[in-house]
Design a protein around this ligand. Structure first.
Ligand SMILES: Cc1cc2nc3c(=O)[nH]c(=O)nc-3n(C[C@H](O)[C@H](O)[C@H](O)COP(=O)(O)OP(=O)(O)OC[C@H]3O[C@@H](n4cnc5c(N)ncnc54)[C@H](O)[C@@H]3O)c2cc1C
Length: 396
């Protein structure tokens, strides 16, 4: 380690390595982990969903829905795809614009290390920050590696320490603490893209249905996703639940539509007239898995044939299949969350460069910022775009 670097980046994750690749000469990236890009490695089931063809500012959650626009325009999903193609990494679209590596997410980590290598950026792993201050236009850092302390100065300091999710993989709250040390406000953080938890009564139902999956509409207030839903012994999971978890607020219901048909009540009344001798179970089993229909009807004490049901019961049945209100009691928390919502308030950052408005040459990029993407490659695209925005500004 030298005594002076032009730029020091905290965090060898997606955003930090991308920034290092664009920040010019004299860059040190340090991380307390043993390996760089650990979240990239485990992402997308080991194949890294590295971007989304449909990336658009509306796929992100932030107190300021405009903040991410400039960075996303400055380095788009097509720009990252070009980089992937330049490195001859094979990829495919899975669904809904989501791009994955054909082979392994290790391809993406190698790409980033090679790009960093072009600028001779240094990487120091198993390195911890002991202290940082800013004096006379320079940041003064004390880093510790292998029991030795190093005092280093730098012109630019970039915080790319990610969110709080999966502490087992090295996530810490250091980025938020440093932001506060330098006078930045933190928008309250909470786990996102995370399984929701339910009470025991609901679990008796989901346990019997464990393994059943289907496409469903899931809604919280004005936000609806149509994605895969999975019943598990711990409740509900799958992309639909993960997506809505980022919007859900404690104490409020979410609504599930197993059948998309909005005029179901009218259909049910017609079916009662025409096929009154058909059982409820058979009627719905034409459209949904049989075991799901049986368990759902039984759990709600709905029995008999269509012809036996008074209007009130038909209305209840229609709601159950098209607007079923569910009451999560919580989430599984940071232990299993894919992302952290909230973070460094964007009000005090320049959207074009990610530089602090409070401290010159201090930058925040990636997940530590109050910008969170939907499931589907959007979070990595934010890491690439915000990393490039800071890197290019540093390299001017
Ligand atoms: C299981 C899982 C699967 C995911 N799959 C996808 C996917 O397929 N597509 C997608 O778009 N997003 C996915 N995500 C989200 C994505 O991984 C993150 O949004 C992205 O990695 C954020 O990049 P980042 O560089 O900001 O933070 P990170 O990639 O988390 O990097 C932060 C780095 O900072 C280091 N660090 C933290 N604290 C300290 C400290 N105190 N001292 C030193 N170093 C520190 C960490 O070790 C880490 O290397 C997934 C997340 C998880 C958990």
């Amino acid at each position: 380690m030298k005594n002076f670097y032009q730029t020091i980046i905290l965090g060898a994750g997606a955003a930090g390595m991308m920034c290092a690749a664009y920040a010019g000469k004299g860059v040190l990236v340090f991380d307390h982990a043993k390996k760089p890009g650990e979240k990239i490695r485990i992402s997308g089931g080991g194949r890294c969903n590295f971007t989304n063809l449909l990336t658009n500012p509306s796929n992100f959650i932030s107190q300021n829905p405009h903040f991410m626009k400039s960075a996303l325009r400055g380095f788009t999903q097509q720009d990252f795809i070009k980089l992937i193609e330049n490195h001859a990494i094979a990829y495919h679209e899975k669904t809904l614009g989501q791009l994955f590596c054909d082979e392994s997410s290790q391809n993406i980590i190698s790409l980033l290390l090679k790009e960093m290598g072009k600028n001779q950026a240094e990487l120091s792993l198993q390195t911890c920050l002991i202290d940082i201050t800013k004096r006379d236009q320079l940041f003064q850092l004390t880093l510790e590696k292998e029991g030795k302390r190093h005092t280093i100065q730098c012109q630019n300091f970039v915080i790319a320490s990610g969110g709080k999710s999966i502490p087992k993989m090295g996530a810490t709250g250091l980025g938020y603490q440093l932001a506060q040390q330098f006078g930045h406000k933190i928008i309250e953080t909470r786990p996102g893209l995370v399984p929701l938890t339910f009470d025991n009564n609901f679990l008796t139902l989901t346990k019997t249905l464990s393994g059943v999956s289907l496409q469903a509409d899931i809604r919280f207030e004005k936000m609806t996703f149509r994605e895969g839903l999975l019943f598990t012994h711990r409740g509900l999971s799958g992309p639909a639940i993960l997506q809505i978890s980022s919007y859900w607020q404690e104490g409020k219901p979410i609504y599930l539509s197993l059948l998309q048909n909005k005029i179901l009540l009218k259909d049910l009344k017609e079916a009662r007239r025409n096929t009154g001798k058909r059982s409820l179970k058979n009627h719905f089993s034409d459209q949904l898995p049989k075991n799901l229909v049986s368990a759902l009807l039984q759990h709600h004490n709905l029995t008999g044939n269509l012809g036996d049901q008074p209007d009130k019961a038909l209305d209840k049945i229609a709601k159950l299949f098209t607007n079923w209100s569910l009451h999560p009691v919580g989430t599984e928390g940071y232990r299993t969350a894919e992302v952290t919502l909230g973070g460094v308030d964007t009000k005090d950052l320049y959207s074009k460069t990610m530089m602090s408005r409070k401290v010159e040459n201090l930058y925040f990029i990636g997940e530590v910022v109050d910008v969170t993407g939907w499931l589907g490659g959007y979070n990595f695209q934010w890491a690439w775009s915000s990393g490039v925005a800071a890197g290019k500004n540093i390299n001017q």
